[in-house]
Write a new protein. Structure first.
Length: 484
């Protein structure tokens, strides 16, 4: 029986733009071109400045601390990045997962109304974030300084660009690309940051003199100059104010560790209920990272929202003592806002091993927060996404499948032995890898690396499977991954 929410959403169905599903399967080469076009839009939009802003009047940046995760770029059409999409999706998933909104995934009408509801929620969040960011954050200056016309123009640009991102994500997930636009943008943003920090030729003035910003470029310059010393090499590997070689090595190590653990899985033998004796059975794979990168994405989205609200409140109140309890912020010489006290301070990673050693309480609270929150979100995602043992059992029953050695009515018992454990351990592992990457000083944060590497590996696996299917080699395969 459909939920009452469908009656509310249905009248808006004809007004909400949506992407039509392809009439037939799209080959890998065509999908690659579509993905390239979406990526080009993102890269171009990330470089087009918002019309109406004045650089001299721009205030502190409340999003600087986590722009990698939001795939955003300050002062451009991609100012909000993917934040509205992730926020609205998390809200809707929370309503369905908590049972406040009944949703039958196998009902086509419910699925259609759910897609409409996601877009409505996305548009509401887009306007809300654009309005709050422009009017209340002070990032572009006060409204009195900007003028009402410029403020309205900025809000309009942010809304239009974010809505295009919403449609592009729908376009990708309807089968025109690989995965979601959200993961694609995060991966692209992180790769751009890594490339820039490794190979930038920009010259920056430091306390020891001018140096190349790019870590690899600086190392080559030191080696090629002919006058390098152990001190110069130490600076190239461990300089603190600019990217260094140890940051790049840490990024490579973390990426390899993620790739290694992605291969851990348990294959549960399944068969068709009408399969005759002697026929081969298939398998249902349950990976260690069963919930993929969703725990860290949900956790980071919630954390980013808390950080942004804390920063805005602290700055708008002039650093009031009650606001400092929530979070006390300072602005670094390069314009980056960082917390130095309050609740949000303990939700951030220590910036170095030395800082972790000198402030063990901060280190302990941060590690506990990451591990516990990622584990909890992994378990919650099972229900929110419809990937629990009970949901998987229903999907297999609908396809006439069952676990070998079990009846359809009892196969959820076999699945329940592995799925909750895989989700919990996977969430715990994702949190531990994020902490490890942050302590190692990896480029772009451990969260960004996990999301990027996971997206790349899933894309490669999807391409291989699709090419095998197109060649007539693809067998019956079920995926244990749900959601984005």
């Amino acid at each position: 029986m459909p939920g009452a929410w469908t009656g509310f959403v249905r009248p808006f169905q004809s007004f909400v733009p949506t992407v039509k599903e392809p009439d037939k399967d799209i080959n890998t080469q065509t999908k690659g071109l579509y993905v390239l076009a979406v990526l080009v839009f993102y890269l171009v939009a990330s470089k087009i400045p918002l019309y109406g802003i004045r650089a001299s009047q721009m205030g502190d940046d409340p999003l600087q601390f986590y722009r990698v995760m939001l795939a955003s770029n300050r002062g451009t059409l991609m100012e909000l990045g993917i934040s509205p999409l992730v926020t609205s999706s998390m809200i809707i998933q929370a309503f369905t997962g908590s049972g406040m909104m009944k949703f039958d995934r196998n009902n086509p009408d419910d699925a259609a109304m759910y897609a409409v509801l996601e877009k409505i929620a996305g548009m509401v969040v887009i306007f809300g974030q654009a309005f709050v960011y422009t009017v209340f954050s002070g990032v572009y200056g006060s409204v009195a300084t900007l003028g009402a016309g410029n403020a309205l123009l900025i809000i309009t640009q942010l809304c239009i660009s974010a809505f295009i991102v919403l449609l592009l994500d729908d376009f990708m997930q309807k089968g025109y690309g690989f995965g979601s636009a959200i993961s694609l943008f995060i991966t692209s943003n992180l790769c751009e940051i890594i490339f820039w920090q490794a190979f930038s030729f920009e010259v920056v003035e430091t306390m020891t003199g001018p140096e190349y910003y790019g870590a690899f470029v600086h190392l080559i310059y030191v080696l090629a100059s002919g006058s390098f010393s152990p001190g110069a090499l130490k600076t190239a590997f461990f300089r603190s104010q600019l990217p260094n070689i140890s940051n790049l090595l840490a990024t490579a190590v973390v990426s390899l560790v993620v790739i290694h653990f992605q291969g851990y899985r348990v294959d549960i033998a399944i068969k068709h209920t009408r399969m005759r004796q002697g026929q081969h059975s298939s398998s249902y794979p349950i990976k260690l990272f069963y919930t993929s990168n969703m725990p860290i994405m949900l956790q980071s989205t919630l954390t980013n929202l808390v950080f942004m609200v804390s920063s805005i409140i602290y700055n708008s109140t002039g650093g009031a003592s009650w606001a400092a309890i929530f979070g006390k912020w300072i602005t670094t010489p390069n314009g980056r806002q960082v917390p130095i006290g309050g609740l949000v301070y303990y939700m951030t990673a220590p910036t170095s091993v030395a800082e972790a050693a000198t402030d063990p309480i901060h280190t302990f609270v941060y590690i506990a927060y990451m591990l516990i929150s990622c584990t909890i979100f992994a378990q919650l995602w099972l229900t929110m996404s419809g990937s629990s043992a009970k949901d998987v059992s229903k999907n297999l029953q609908a396809q006439g499948m069952t676990v070998v050695g079990y009846r359809q009515s009892t196969m959820h018992v076999a699945l329940n032995r592995y799925i909750p454990t895989a989700a919990g351990l996977g969430g715990l592992g994702v949190g531990a890898l994020t902490v490890f990457a942050d302590f190692m000083g990896a480029v772009g944060s451990g969260t960004g690396i996990l999301l990027a590497v996971g997206f790349i590996l899933n894309t490669i696996e999807t391409i291989r499977q699709q090419e095998a299917d197109q060649a007539g080699l693809g067998g019956f395969m079920l995926s244990g991954m749900f959601g984005r």
